[in-house]
Design a protein around this ligand. Structure first.
Ligand SMILES: Nc1ncnc2c1ncn2[C@@H]1O[C@H](COP(=O)(O)OP(=O)(O)O)[C@@H](O)[C@H]1O
Ligand SMILES: Cc1ncsc1CCOP(=O)(O)O
Ligand SMILES: [Mg+2]
Length: 265
């Protein structure tokens, strides 16, 4: 077993032993998907978005995930309050700027949240390009129109601007802190045919941030775990419907031997 695979396995064991409580302010589409993925891995999810309680809830959570997939005004208020409180409390948090660049509202809210200071930004290539203002027309909706390679340099710039770790997902996932760059070549193209697997990636980054102090390590290990579970699930599936189900089983069954598939590049 390689060093990377062993390190990923150690992180998985930490999640299973520690059961980090992951506070999610996420979208209607994926609430169930991401809660189940976190449970299957061994973390404890909670979907809590009322402005009246998010600051209290984040205080008892290990980490926070803010996902702008289905925005509306009360949620925007809650997201801002919660992100600021997370920083005051030194809780790590992930920003998933779903569809940033598609509308002015998404771009404005994503910029504001990024300025508050996330620990990790996890996005697809089009979203990274939009957030870095490289190509405002790159995003057509919530799916990427660009390969992840196209967003490596913009991701580095973003990481430097916001002093955070940036993950660009795709056929190869890239993780950078603005200086170091890691690539993870796991996963399966069928994963793009199930909604919410990017959101799942962001949720898993939240889980690993709850147990790993280095955000570059947490983000890379989360992407490796989802990639390995996704490729195992795809091998057992005839299409996206069973992939969704098999992914939960693969996350639950992950063991040291399975993680030998981890491919850092
Ligand atoms: N072509 C691909 N081959 C293998 N894995 C992929 C591919 N595209 C996406 N993935 C995986 O699917 C998951 C979701 O990534 P992505 O589709 O980029 O996010 P989003 O749903 O936010 O657009 C990640 O784990 C990523 O590695
Ligand atoms: C389809 C859709 N519409 C608004 S949020 C959402 C889910 C997007 O999830 P992901 O980016 O993980 O595919
Ligand atoms: Mg997404």
């Amino acid at each position: 077993m390689g060093n990377h695979a062993r390190a990923v396995w150690e992180s998985v064991q930490k999640v299973r032993a520690g059961k980090p409580l992951v506070h999610n302010i996420t979208n209607y589409v994926v609430m169930n998907t991401t809660a189940n993925a976190l449970l299957s891995l061994g973390a404890a999810p909670a979907m809590v978005h009322a402005a009246e309680e998010v600051e209290d809830f984040v205080a008892i959570a290990s980490s926070l995930v803010i996902n702008i997939g289905t925005l509306s005004s009360p949620w925007i208020t809650a997201m801002r309050l919660c992100a600021s409180r997370a920083n005051e409390l030194d809780k790590p948090w992930v920003l998933d700027p779903v569809g940033v660049g598609a509308t002015p509202l998404r771009t404005r809210v994503s910029d504001q949240l990024a300025q508050i200071g996330p620990t990790v930004i996890r996005a697809n290539a089009s979203e990274v390009l939009a957030l870095a203002a490289v190509n405002a027309k790159a995003t057509r909706g919530v799916d990427s129109t660009e390969p992840s390679q196209a967003a490596i340099e913009p991701a580095r710039q973003l990481a430097q601007t916001y002093k955070c770790v940036v993950v660009v997902s795709g056929a190869v996932d890239y993780v950078t802190d603005g200086d170091k760059l890691l690539g993870i070549r796991n996963g399966h193209p069928m994963m793009t045919r199930v909604t919410g697997l990017g959101c799942t990636a962001s949720a898993l980054v939240g889980a690993f941030l709850g147990v790993e102090p280095d955000p570059l390590v947490a983000a890379a290990h989360a992407m490796a775990v989802l990639g390995v579970a996704g490729e195992i699930a795809a091998e057992r599936s005839q299409g996206p419907g069973s992939l969704q189900m098999n992914l939960l089983d693969a996350l639950y069954q992950l063991d040291e031997a399975t993680l030998a598939r981890v491919r850092f590049v």
